[in-house]
Structures are given as structure tokens and as C-alpha cells.
Design a protein around this ligand. Structure first.
Ligand code: NAD
Length: 256
């Protein structure tokens, strides 16, 4: 197994993409530390994986919680091989009047926490360790009213190349920018059924909406030895959506 005896940390690992990433590492033999506000989903994971899963309930927006989390990871496992900064939120933007406090909270979760966790683990990363930051295609394009989230995603993108250079020769640091990923199967799996249309799928050059496993596969690849010469990059995983150029009148699309 590719990650046997490795220690992987995943923020926001109780649901969605983060849970898929955490379970992919566990399936490859790793031990995983998950930091998440959702105690119910986190405890379920801890029950399922036992010794190999450390669940820490709390918010990465809180500095003391980040410090307690880092301490528990290091006390239990001693080192970190992979850090996946995945958790983020959106508080919308200008058009809906996102407040100063909400904007700053988004940046605390989306940018300051990834920075601070990297600092807290700086001297305990193993040889060949990797940090993967989850950004978004929204770091380079926007819908209206998305300033808090877009700024957080731009921030984590820039943080990625800065950390790559500061940690040069010690830790590789890359970002993954997902496009539309349908996380329903990792939220409320019992009653889940996809709700998107055939057009939603066909608009992607790849012909479908993304799955959490598309992102997990890239994260594990970037953390593996085969990716040893990939550093400081932002890898877009979006089914080609950001490569489709659309003008008014194209493919039946009109600007209203
Ligand atoms: N789903 C998509 O289409 C998509 C697209 C582009 C980027 N992303 C990015 O991928 C990452 C995961 O997205 P997702 O759709 O799986 O999200 P999600 O909302 O489904 O899951 C996020 C997880 O983070 C946890 N979380 C939220 N705030 C937290 C906090 N303050 N502290 C600790 N944990 C917290 C939540 O409880 C949840 O378990 C995010 O960074 C998101 O911005 C997602």
C-alpha cells in the first residue's frame, strides 16, 4: 500500500472532498488526523477506522484550536507526511453585503489556518513530505457576489508558491483547484441522488460533473514519490470547464 505508515492531516475531513481524501489515504494504509467542526460525521469516521483515525472537533478559524490540534497530532503520531489544507467556507460578497467580519472569517479559514498549520508542523514534516492546498477555479474566474470565497482561494493559491519556495528542499507544496465537484455522496449518503441536468454535464468538455474521487486521486498523486518534481504548482481538475470559451450566441447561450 502506497501510504503505509504515513501520517496524513486533512482539515475539513469529515464530509465532502476532505472525507474522500481522508478515506483514500486510509485505504492506502495511512493514519489520518481529521480536524472538523462536524462532530457527528467525525466520530463516525473515528468509529469506522479506529486507531488509524484521530478526529479533532473544532474550528480552524480559532488559533488556540489549531495549536491544540497540532499538539495532539504530534503527540499521537510524532511527524507529518502529508498536510491537506481542505476546509473552506463562503460568505458571499459585495452584492449581498458580506460584512467585514464575515470577509475576515473566510480568510481566517481559507488562508490564515493553512499558513498557521504549516508553521506549526514546520519542524516535524518528514523527509519527502508534501502539503496540498485545496484552492478552486474561482481563484481565476468569478460569478457575481463571490468576493469572500474568491479572495480566500486566490490567497491559498499565492500561499502555495510562497510556501514552496520557503520550504524548498524539505517539503513540496502544491495546490489543486477543483471545478464543480458533486459532493452529495459524501454528505447525506442515505438519501442522495444527483440533481443536475444533462446540459450541466455536457457543458464540461469531459462530459460530466466532477466527483470527490477526482480530487482525491490528484491529492494522493501529488503526495506520492512519482510527483517528486512537481512543486509550487496549481493543478486544475475541472473537466476542462475553464478552457471552454463562450461568447454571446455560442451554443444557444445568450446574455440576458
Ligand atoms: N465542491 C466543489 O464543487 C468545490 C469546488 C472547488 C473547490 N472546492 C473546495 O474544496 C474544499 C472542500 O469542499 P467541499 O465541497 O467538500 O466542502 P464541504 O462544505 O462539503 O465540506 C467541508 C468540510 O469542512 C468542514 N469545515 C467547515 N468549516 C470548518 C472550520 N472552520 N473548521 C474545520 N472544519 C470546517 C465542514 O464541516 C465539512 O466537513 C473546499 O476548500 C472548497 O472550497 C470545492
Amino acid at each position: 500500500m502506497k501510504f503505509e505508515n504515513k501520517i496524513c492531516v486533512v482539515t475539513g475531513g469529515a464530509n465532502g472532498i476532505g472525507r474522500c481524501v481522508a478515506e483514500a489515504f486510509l485505504d492506502e494504509g495511512a493514519s489520518v488526523a481529521v480536524f472538523d467542526t462536524d462532530g457527528v460525521s467525525g466520530e463516525k469516521l473515528a468509529f469506522k477506522y479506529g486507531e488509524r483515525l484521530l478526529f479533532f472537533k473544532g474550528s480552524i478559524a480559532e488559533k488556540p484550536a489549531l495549536e491544540r490540534f497540532a499538539r495532539s497530532v504530534l503527540e499521537r503520531f510524532g511527524q507529518v507526511d502529508c498536510l491537506v489544507n481542505n476546509a473552506c467556507i463562503s460568505k458571499k460578497g459585495l452584492l449581498s453585503g458580506c460584512s467585514y467580519e464575515d470577509f475576515v472569517e473566510t480568510l481566517r479559514i481559507g488562508v490564515a489556518a493553512p499558513y498557521y498549520l504549516t508553521l506549526l508542523f514546520k519542524d516535524r514534516f518528514s523527509k519527502g513530505a508534501s502539503v496540498v492546498n485545496i484552492s478552486s477555479t474561482r481563484q481565476m474566474m468569478s460569478q457575481p457576489d463571490t468576493e469572500s470565497y474568491s479572495a480566500a482561494k486566490g490567497g491559498i493559491g499565492a500561499l502555495t508558491h510562497a510556501l514552496c519556495v520557503s520550504l524548498s528542499g524539505k517539503v513540496r507544496v502544491n495546490a489543486v483547484s477543483p471545478g464543480w465537484i458533486d459532493t452529495g455522496a459524501y454528505q447525506h449518503e442515505d438519501e442522495y441522488a444527483p440533481v443536475y441536468s444533462a446540459a450541466d454535464e455536457a457543458q464540461h468538455p469531459a462530459g460530466r460533473v466532477g466527483r470527490p474521487s477526482d480530487i482525491a486521486a490528484m491529492v494522493l498523486y501529488l503526495c506520492g514519490e512519482e510527483a517528486g518534481f512537481i512543486d509550487g504548482q496549481n493543478i486544475v481538475v475541472d473537466g476542462g470547464m475553464t478552457r471552454r470559451m463562450i461568447y454571446h450566441g455560442d451554443d444557444g447561450w445568450t446574455l440576458k
